[in-house]
Design a protein around this ligand. Structure first.
Ligand SMILES: [Mg+2]
Length: 243
């Protein structure tokens, strides 16, 4: 019996990559509008390089962008970047197509639901609460709060324990073959790879760990139902043989 379904957050339930890219582009445009003496392509490329080096949760992207471009520090330009970045994030944050329907259907059918996500707890909760996704979930597991990241087995084991589900009674859904699918499969969970966004053709060396792959999130519901049906059909057989 499948008892619990676990979801990754970024680019599985929430459109993170598209939003971040739009926010960064708008930030650079607004910085230029307010005096950054560099063309868009140069500044954008430099910003992307900087994010790659320092990580997306680094707090001083726009200050460092000026340093890298040899532009003297100007609080007005930095503020222009910060404002455009946040305005874009607030205005365009949205869930992945079909996400709410999948969660609602699974919830109605009695499955326990949880999120297992990597990242900064405040930023992850901000996305969950702004989109009012919290009402669907029995629990939320965020790596930077728990002290262990996907794909380490410990984060999945902690989540399973707290949800009171065995690995074989659980399904993990995520867009990353490495952190979501490989991680969950190693502890014995069923896995559904959501082949979506920038990881749709990456980390393919881990593809054998995916039990299923979907390109549309809504298909998850039918797969979970199917896993339950399969088990229901298998059980009487086992009893007949035992007799
Ligand atoms: Mg993800």
């Amino acid at each position: 019996m499948i008892k619990a379904v676990f979801f990754d957050l970024d680019d599985t339930l929430v459109e993170t990559t598209k939003l971040a890219d739009m926010a960064r582009r708008n930030a650079v445009e607004n910085m230029i509008r307010h005096g950054l003496p560099v063309d868009f392509e140069t500044a954008y490329k430099e910003l992307m390089e900087l994010i790659k080096e320092y990580g997306s949760n680094f707090g001083k992207h726009f200050d460092y962008l000026l340093r890298r471009l040899d532009v003297p520090y100007d609080p007005k330009i930095v503020t222009a970047g910060v404002i455009a970045y946040h305005n874009t994030k607030f205005a365009y944050l949205k869930s992945v197509k079909g996400a709410r329907k999948v969660l609602l259907d699974l919830k109605k059918e009695g499955y326990k639901l949880a999120i297992i996500t990597d990242g900064d707890p405040l930023k992850q909760w901000e996305k969950i609460l702004r989109l009012e996704l919290d009402e669907f979930f029995d629990d939320v597991f965020i790596s930077d709060y728990l002290g262990v990241r996907k794909p380490h087995p410990k984060i999945f084991e902690k989540a399973l324990r707290r949800m009171g589900a065995r690995p074989e009674e659980s399904v993990m859904v995520g867009d990353r073959l490495y952190s979501d699918i490989y991680g969950a499969k190693r502890v014995g969970m069923h896995t559904i790879w959501f082949r979506y966004g920038k990881y749709a053709n990456r980390e393919l060396e881990y593809i054998d760990y995916a039990d299923f792959q979907v390109r549309v999130l809504e298909d998850v519901v039918e797969i979970v139902r199917g896993l339950n049906r399969e088990e229901a059909e298998e059980r009487p057989d086992t009893e007949v043989h035992a007799d």
